[in-house]
Design a binder for this molecule. Structure first.
Ligand code: 13P
Length: 249
């Protein structure tokens, strides 16, 4: 019932040349049954968007400002991203939460701005290693979700994609086991179902954190894992496409 989305978060990597080559490589390959999205650094959005025209591959940003317009030096508004051809906007990535001190409330405000212009936020949630060891994974994820639901309602969640990204699995090569990931995905869906079961059934929940061509198939075969948010492996067209092709169904 839910389609599978494989989204590449390129983070702050590449240059004009490598970005062009990466897009060409992805466009030339076979993604199998998955839908694809790429989230390049903001300065390359226009270029990549132009190259993706008619490709069926969606464009996304890595963040979005929590204000509509005005004196917010360095920020990019949701309307601007929309105008550049974005369909998605990542919000609340753990690197934003930890390096740039984005609070749950700030992330919720960014999420609301994306929704307001018709962008689909990809809301990242997930616990640190310490939090997992302390046994508070579900409490952390619930708190991160609640901040968004409080501001945008369950209707906001209906227009979004959720990405469970355990912080300890990001860029570390330490992937969550399929069982660990599925357990948190099921928790997230159950939490949403307690508010609205139809929305909970429809919302895509992606897994992110050291996903690669050799571990993707097992993760993606879990009942509540509807795709992946890929970092490192999305910088190589072949790996990104191999992950996409590992979607069964
Ligand atoms: P890695 O795939 O490099 O672990 O990164 C995951 C991620 O942060 C995607 O947003």
């Amino acid at each position: 019932m839910r389609s599978v989305l494989i989204a590449g978060n390129w983070k702050m990597n590449g240059n004009m040349q490598s970005v062009i080559e990466l897009v060409e490589g992805i466009k030339a390959g076979d993604p199998g049954k998955a839908k694809l999205a790429v989230c390049p650094p903001a300065v390359y959005l226009m270029k990549v968007g132009g190259m993706l025209d008619d490709s069926g591959i969606a464009l996304g940003s890595q963040n979005v400002c929590d204000h509509e317009s005005g004196a917010y030096t360095g920020e990019i508004s949701a309307a601007m991203l929309k105008e550049c051809g974005c369909r998605y906007a990542i919000v609340g990535h753990s690197e934003r939460r930890s390096h740039y001190l984005e609070s749950d409330q700030l992330v919720a405000a960014r999420f609301a701005m994306a929704i307001a212009v018709g962008l689909t936020p990809i809301l990242c949630v997930g616990e640190t290693l310490l939090e997992r060891e302390q046994g508070v994974t579900e409490a952390v994820v619930a708190r991160q979700l609640d901040a968004v639901i409080e501001l945008s309602g369950i209707g906001g969640i209906a227009g979004s994609v959720i990405a469970y990204e355990p912080v300890w699995a990001i860029g570390t090569g330490k992937v969550a086991s399929p069982e660990q990931a599925q357990a948190v995905h099921a928790f997230i869906r159950g939490k949403l179902a307690a508010v609205d079961s139809e929305i909970a059934k429809r919302v895509q929940i992606l897994y992110g954190g050291s996903m690669n061509p050799s571990n993707a198939a097992e993760l993606l075969s879990q009942a509540d894992i509807d795709g992946g948010l890929i970092g490192g492996a999305s910088l190589k067209a072949d790996d990104f496409l191999a992950i996409a092709r590992s979607v069964q169904e």
